[in-house]
Write a protein that binds this ligand. Structure first.
Ligand SMILES: *Cc1c(COP(=O)(O)O)cnc(C)c1O
Length: 364
């Protein structure tokens, strides 16, 4: 059986440093919002080339708090895509705002800027481009559209930490960049975690208040906040992994290159590469019009796989109130019906990659 995802080989590779970080935190007598979180916030923001970092409990919280920090609220509309799973939509709904979906590009499966105007209304306040699978969304035209219509831009970098757009790290383009340290992400914690980065000192200050009950230093609630903190243990582990993040991304690229070369002659679809960006391969995704048959075959061959994501958000039961019907976003719907994610993790042996390629040889 080839695992679809396994964090343990990565852990074993860096075990000495990680174990030492865990021990250091437990011995320190400080478990919440201490020096490890502060250092990680600084180091992570610096890796993006931005001044401020604010650690929170998850990537979903990072998005919700970013929206609140920018003043987006109930009944405001937020533009994003429907093929990137529920978390981003859940964050928008948490603050009572309304998601409006932009159609995607059929080749890259990223937000298509040509669809922005159709999704916009007088109530639109923000746009959240999602850097899906590890590639940057087309930020130049999205930012230009946002400037033209006075919209806030929050980047959803949950899948693309370490990726670049026109030689600059993702997360440095929008007013806030949001990251997730969910274990499968390219920088994964041993639990939940998230972070907002921003150049704006005022936004950073509001994020710090929001993540802990709106408290100032005297535990006086200045604004209404929540509890969404990154803990010292996860921060200390993430500091270790951030030091090795570059080499981990290189390994993901090597795995992806082997898949791409091995599948080049097959009739399976691949996700198009973005000319202006670099790819960090959070996921390696292929496409098949016969997905049911393909995944059955992978299962029989003992190969783990994922589908990201099997259903677009706009047709899910919970979001019926948005008033969508099948066929509203045909490119999004087709992509969700075709995508399959192949095993992709640090330590995945070449022989296993080749076995996956071999199993796909005669699939369509
Ligand atoms: C993982 C993910 C999130 C949310 O991150 P969590 O830490 O799991 O809350 C948001 N957006 C996208 C695109 C993601 O992949």
């Amino acid at each position: 059986m080839i695992a679809y995802f396994d964090y343990r080989p990565e852990y074993r590779k860096y075990r000495d440093e990680i174990d030492e970080a865990i021990r250091r935190v437990i011995e320190s007598g400080r478990l919440i919002l201490g020096p490890e979180v502060e250092a990680f916030e600084r180091e992570c923001a610096a890796s993006v080339g931005v001044e401020h970092g604010v650690g929170v409990n998850s990537g979903t919280d990072a998005l919700a708090l970013a929206l609140r920090a920018l003043g987006v609220g109930p009944e405001d509309e937020v533009l994003t895509v429907a093929n990137a799973g529920v978390p981003t939509i859940s964050a928008i709904r948490t603050i009572g705002a309304i998601p409006r979906f932009v159609e995607i590009d059929a080749n890259t499966l990223l937000m298509d800027p040509a669809g922005l105007e159709r999704a916009r209304s007088p109530r639109t306040r923000a746009v959240i481009p999602i850097h899906l699978y590890g590639q940057p969304a087309p930020l130049d035209p999205i930012l230009a559209f946002a400037v033209a219509h006075g919209l806030h831009v929050i980047e959803d970098c949950a899948q693309a930490q370490g990726a670049h757009y026109r030689d600059r790290p993702v997360g440095s383009f929008g007013e806030v960049g949001c990251f997730s340290f969910y274990p499968t992400k390219t920088l994964g914690a041993f639990g939940d975690g998230g972070l907002c980065v921003t150049r704006d000192a005022g936004v950073a200050e509001r994020l710090r208040l929001l993540r802990m009950y709106g408290f100032d230093e005297r535990r006086h609630a200045r604004i209404e906040g929540v509890n969404s903190r990154l803990d010292e243990m996860q921060a200390a582990i993430l500091r270790v992994k951030l030091r090795h993040h570059g080499e981990m991304i290189e390994e993901r690229r090597t795995i992806a290159a082997r898949y791409r070369a091995g599948l080049a002659g097959s009739s399976l679809g691949q996700v198009g590469l973005v000319p202006d960006g670099t790819h960090v391969y959070h996921l390696f995704v292929i496409r098949s019009a016969e997905r049911g048959e393909l995944t059955r075959h992978l299962g029989e061959a003992g190969i783990g796989f994922g589908t990201h994501y099997p259903e677009p958000v706009h047709t899910m039961e919970a979001y019926r109130f948005l008033g969508h019907r099948d066929g509203d976003l045909p490119i999004t719907e087709r992509a969700c019906a075709e995508v399959v994610s192949l095993p992709m993790w640090i330590g995945l042996p070449d022989a296993e990659i080749d076995r996956v390629i071999g199993a796909l040889a005669h699939q369509r």
